[in-house]
Design a binder for this molecule. Structure first.
Ligand SMILES: C[S@@+](CC[C@H](N)C(=O)[O-])C[C@H]1O[C@@H](n2cnc3c(N)ncnc32)[C@H](O)[C@@H]1O
Length: 292
């Protein structure tokens, strides 16, 4: 955290004028960018204002200078979580980009299931998971192939910077309409009705671990992943931050591991050379030659 906005409101002497609304808005955008890496200008200032205004109304503040003062005061530290939540785009769907899930089902998971049955550790990671829709989608395919998956060392990590999303993903109540893209057989067998909609069944939830994680921070995971889905996340970052992310994700993959990216995202050439293209926005890491 850089506290980029701290040169703004609340720092000057009592007689010094505070920041104008435009200066405060720019300072808030800098703080949010430093926290998330998201380029806030991408969606236009109108979107930024609309999202911030909603947050201000919710906490009963008027004006960006007042919000900046709140955000940068020691007592306002917890507000950063809400700022991030207000500004991130959390749109997701079950089985989004069905061709990725077809590849998972047909080619990738059968081999991983065999490895898990053989006693090996297998890990999938949904990075930038929103409420866990893609992680739960993968878990449905896994559970379909391996009904006893929970008793083997095969798990799906799902992480997001937005802690509200992680909380909601853990409680896992989805509107019934959200589950419409799930193949009917899986939906019937693997979800249960709850007040407010449908919830993935306990066996599914046991396979998915939801954790808050900012992709720009250090990653605490030490093990390599067999599959990483990082889709529609990097698109919001600066080109430099995107580059760094793809390098880091590539390094986090096991040899011959799989990487899925968003339909409008691209691997930089220096990263792409380490992969075979296995389909649209689907990559398989090349196995490095053994050290001599
Ligand atoms: C548009 S959603 C994509 C969700 C899912 N991957 C998909 O494709 O359906 C982007 C997600 O990335 C998360 N995100 C944005 N910046 C992030 C960061 N720096 N670290 C981790 N997650 C981030 C957002 O909170 C949001 O939930």
């Amino acid at each position: 955290m850089t506290g980029a906005g701290q040169s703004g409101a609340g720092q000057s002497g009592a007689s010094a004028p505070g920041p104008t609304p435009a200066e405060a808005l720019a300072a808030i955008a800098r703080i949010a960018h430093a926290e998330t890496g998201i380029v806030l200008a991408t969606g236009g200032t109108a979107m930024l204002r609309a999202r911030l205004d909603r947050r201000l109304r919710r906490i009963g503040l008027t004006g960006y200078p007042a919000y900046l003062a709140h955000l940068t005061a020691p007592a306002g530290r917890g507000e950063r979580r809400h700022l991030i939540s207000a500004l991130t785009t959390n749109e997701s769907q079950f089985f989004r980009e069905p061709h990725h899930f077809a590849l998972l089902h047909d080619q990738i998971l059968p081999a991983l299931v065999a490895r898990a049955r053989d006693g090996q550790r297998v890990r999938l990671w949904s990075a930038g998971c929103a409420m866990g829709q893609e992680a739960y989608s993968a878990a449905m395919l896994l559970l379909d192939l391996m009904p006893d998956a929970a008793s083997h060392d095969i798990r799906i990590l799902a992480t997001d910077i937005d802690e509200d999303m992680i909380d909601r993903g853990r409680s896992a109540v989805f509107a019934t309409a959200d589950l419409a893209p799930v193949p009917a057989g899986l939906r019937t067998r693997m979800t249960e009705p709850v007040p407010g909609g449908l919830r993935p069944c306990a066996a599914l939830r046991a396979l998915v671990r939801l954790r808050p994680l900012n992709l720009h921070d250090d990653w605490p995971m030490r093990q390599h992943f067999d599959v990483i889905l990082c889709r529609n996340v990097a698109i919001y970052f600066t080109p430099a931050a995107q580059d760094r992310l793809w390098h880091r994700l590539s390094a986090a993959l096991a040899p011959a591991g799989w990487l899925f990216i968003g339909h409008s995202e691209h691997l930089p050439a220096a990263v792409a050379t380490g992969f075979d293209r296995a389909g649209i926005t689907s990559y398989r890491r090349l196995v490095p030659a053994p050290a001599r």
